[in-house]
Design a protein. Structure first.
Length: 227
């Protein structure tokens, strides 16, 4: 009898300890492990909202441009630097190279993806250098920010677009040089559930880049035809 009582007490104590430890460990793992899962579609919602805000910003500038032009007789037609045509072709070419990059990524060809992606980044840098050269040509011709309302809007519109395009170049560099985990590994599978994947990042960046390209074509036509 004494031995039986002691054995029963030991078994009961062991069962309580085991039962308490298992839920406790599970709670710790649920609350402290990993990042909260973020659906990949949330990133597309975010970029759509961001592009909508950028569009409204530029529409406000364009509306001001049109209204100011029709207000008085002090508006003087601005002769645009010819390098803007070359800059436009460079930016349009970058839209093609970024699509080549995305196709290689979808086909599982990372080396070709990186090559075309870096070409796109380089073309974006060339475009910004070309825009800077256009400014220098205007300054050399004596056309400054305060020279005329037309020149003021030219500088403001091209500068605003250039800043936003620079943000796109930063995104291109991020996608190209970040150490993305391989989806086949356990770490890669966890990252895919909780963080943005490389394919999603590349697609979102390409959407932003195409938007910046189309926006520039519109601004260039406005400045060229609406002088």
């Amino acid at each position: 009898m004494p031995g039986t009582v002691v054995e029963d007490i030991e078994v009961t104590h062991a069962g309580q300890g085991g039962g308490t430890g298992i839920p406790g460990g599970g709670d710790d793992g649920d609350s402290g492990g990993g990042l909260p899962a973020i659906p990949q579609r949330a990133y597309f919602t975010a970029i759509s909202m961001g592009l909508g805000a950028i569009l409204m910003f530029f529409m406000a500038l364009i509306s001001s441009y049109i209204v100011r032009k029709g207000l008085g007789g002090d508006w003087q037609a601005l002769r645009l630097p010819s390098i803007l045509w070359l800059n436009t072709l460079v930016l349009l070419a970058s839209s093609g190279t970024i699509e080549f990059a995305r196709r290689h990524l979808s086909a599982g060809e990372p080396a070709d993806f990186r090559r075309w992606w870096r070409i796109t980044t380089a073309l974006g840098g060339i475009f910004l250098l070309g825009q800077w050269q256009a400014w220098r040509q205007l300054v050399a011709a004596g056309v400054y920010l305060a020279s005329n309302p037309s020149s003021s809007f030219f500088y403001v519109l091209t500068a605003a677009h250039g800043v936003h395009l620079l943000g796109g170049i930063v995104a291109l560099v991020y996608v190209a040089f970040r150490a993305w985990p391989a989806p086949s590994t356990a770490l890669g599978a966890a990252a895919a559930r909780s963080r943005i994947t490389q394919s999603t990042a590349a697609e979102i960046t390409s959407i932003y880049w195409h938007f910046m390209d189309g926006l520039w074509v519109f601004l260039f036509l406005l400045l060229q035809l609406g002088r």
